[in-house]
Design a protein around this ligand. Structure first.
Ligand code: ADP
Length: 602
């Protein structure tokens, strides 16, 4: 199974969520706007307060000046003798001095009908001397005994100024008025170039001071007819019909500070952009934060989903594995029971095979016996003929009283019967039907037994034995007695062969586990097999030994027994001389250590 591909994050649902959360930006904008607006408002209020304080400070400096100056004798004498040039000149100079010292723009002295008698600018081209200012309201106020206050633009100087006027008294009588004009143009230039605009409007709502020259002398509200008439008569502005000034409320944030004593309004106008810009930044940052949060959320969701997918995948894989294990287990159980059945069948077949093998071996033996019968009768007839002739001969010898010779004949007869008994004993052993089935036999103890039987003879012949056998028992499939019979035969043959040789006489016995069983090697350094004996040694009654010694049945019996055991007897000569016989036996599972030997007499 292939793991499911990691799905793309659900950007659509995230976008939807972002859309739902986007309205959160509106309160953010609102809050930011409120914050920046309050910041701006408090900052502008300070500026405005400062401006108003500064303006009032400037005006207050000059407010009481006209009254004080009215008491000066030089000026009073001018009012008394307005035609005395010396007196007038003195007054002019005095006014100029004071004007220079106080920083006022102009100071001038009016007679009761509003004519200027002396002025600080008496030397200037546009001197006020000789001019009548009775039309100005400050004149009428002063003559009426009040402090005259007036904003206006100089009709000759063209400069804006604030006029303070006070009456000059001679006792209770008003003899003239003293006027001080304060320059306001200068105040305007002090404001500097900030984005915020300052606007000072008079009682008519007309802009008299402003940091924006194009707003100057424009009416911030509609003027009434009376106001129009008043403006025409007192001429405070360069124009008699001020143009309207319409300020866009959306573009400007306005704060106003009324100045009660002059009836003016000081306003500061801050462009809304000053708030909009930081608010936009805040909203952008908020939006970006929202976006980042969304992205992080998206990534987290994706990771979580991948994690869940993985867990699900692993659980599925585990389930599949469990299923496979269950399937396998049931397969194995089925196989196991089949194998058990097969093993049972095999065991039965094996038993049957052993039985059949026994039958076959027996049949083989009988057939060999059949073929051997001619040789047997020949072998037995020869000693029988000899016995008969010795017996007949003994009769004759006894007739002639030659008892000693007859005794010798009888002894020979006895020997011959012994030989015949030996032949018969061998044949009996050969023809015997084994009652025992094949079993696990340890090779080493069987070999030790066979060697023990021949030990006396071996020692007498001074045969040196070289054993090379593993310590661990080599278990072979055999019958205990039959194996010992084979081993004894082969070892006896080796000793027989060694009698034909002078010392040193050696016998090598070695065994090894091979792929298909156990190989036991018995080698001697005797004369070895002749070409003929190698070819015929397994034939019954083939022997190269003298008749008294050999029956020629040993190897024939060994070969038959070995085949019956499922093994093999290999005859060969060693390259270095001497015979080498190899017994190939089948391996068997470890059995009970040593079986009680089969009854050899059976
Ligand atoms: P027997 O020993 O009675 O002769 P066997 O069947 O045992 O009968 O042996 C047959 C013949 O094989 C022997 O006569 C001999 O010639 C030969 N033979 C057997 N074993 C050896 C041996 N180790 N070395 C040389 N020849 C042998």
């Amino acid at each position: 199974m292939t793991p499911s591909l990691p799905r793309r994050p659900r950007w659509r649902s995230l976008a939807l969520l972002a859309l739902c959360l986007a309205p959160l930006l509106w309160p953010l904008q609102h809050l930011a706007e409120r914050y920046y607006r309050s910041e701006l408002v408090s900052q502008n209020r300070q500026t405005l307060d400062l401006f108003v304080a500064n303006l009032l400070g400037t005006l207050h400096r000059y407010e009481t000046l006209p009254q004080i100056l009215g008491d000066l004798p030089a000026l009073r004498s001018t009012l008394q003798s307005p035609t005395d040039p010396q007196v007038v000149d003195h007054a002019n100079r005095l006014l100029k001095d004071i004007c220079d010292q106080t920083g006022a723009e102009v100071m001038y002295l009016l007679d009761p009908s509003g004519n200027t008698l002396a002025a600080s600018n008496w030397q200037a081209k546009d001197s006020f001397v000789g001019r009548n200012f009775a039309f100005r309201p400050y004149y009428s106020d002063a003559i009426a005994g009040r402090v005259g206050r007036f904003f206006g633009m100089g009709t000759t100087s063209g400069k804006r100024g604030y006029f303070f006027a006070a009456a000059v008294h001679e006792g209770a009588r008003v003899v003239g008025a003293l006027v001080v004009k304060v320059d306001l143009d200068h105040t305007e230039t002090l404001w500097g170039k900030t984005p915020e605009q300052l606007v000072l409007t008079d009682q008519h709502g007309v802009v008299i001071l402003t940091s924006r020259p194009e707003w100057r002398f424009r009416a911030t509200r509609p003027l009434t007819d009376e106001e129009h008439q008043a403006i025409a008569s007192i001429q405070p502005y360069p124009t008699q019909a001020p143009q309207p000034l319409s300020l866009d409320d959306q573009a400007w944030l306005m704060q106003t500070h009324p100045i009660a004593e002059t009836g003016w309004n000081a306003s500061i106008l801050a462009p809304r952009a000053l708030i909009d810009r930081p608010v936009r930044t805040v909203v952008a940052i908020g939006g970006a934060t929202l976006l980042v949060v969304m992205l992080l959320l998206g990534l987290m969701m994706q990771r979580r989903r991948n994690y869940l997918d993985r867990i699900a995948f692993e659980a599925k894989a585990r389930r599949e594995l469990e299923m496979r294990v269950i399937e396998r287990t049931s397969d194995l159980e089925a196989l196991n029971s089949r194998l058990k059945q097969e093993v049972l069948e095999r065991e039965q077949a094996q038993q049957e095979l052993v039985r059949v093998q026994d039958e076959v071996v027996q049949a083989g033996k009988l057939s060999v016996l059949g073929t051997m019968s001619a040789s047997i009768s020949h072998e037995l007839n020869q000693p029988l003929a000899a016995i008969r002739s010795y017996a007949e001969n003994a009769e004759v010898l006894l007739d002639h009283q030659r008892t000693e010779d007859a005794r010798g004949n009888l002894k020979l007869i006895g020997e011959l019967t012994g030989r015949m008994a030996s032949i018969i004993a061998h044949l009996r052993a050969f023809a015997r039907r084994d009652r025992h089935a094949l079993e696990s036999v340890a090779l080493q103890p069987a070999l030790d037994d066979a060697l023990a039987l021949l030990a006396k003879r071996r020692r007498a012949m001074a045969v040196e034995l070289f054993r090379d056998l593993p310590d661990a028992p080599l278990w072979v499939q055999a019958g205990e007695t039959r194996l010992r019979q084979v081993l004894s035969n082969l070892l006896a043959n080796a000793l027989d062969a060694l009698t034909e040789k002078a010392n040193p006489r050696c016998l090598w016995i070695s065994a090894e586990q091979t792929a298909d069983g156990v190989a036991l090697l018995i080698r001697d350094n005797g004369p070895g097999f002749t070409r003929e004996s190698l070819a015929r040694a397994r034939e019954p009654f083939f022997t190269t030994k003298t008749r008294t010694q050999g029956l020629g049945l040993g190897l024939a019996i060994c070969d038959t027994l070995m085949r019956a055991l499922g093994g093999e007897l290999v005859l060969a000569n060693h390259p270095q001389g001497g015979a080498q016989l190899t017994l190939r036996l089948r391996s068997a599972p470890p059995g009970v250590n040593l079986q009680p030997p089969e009854d050899p007499s059976a």
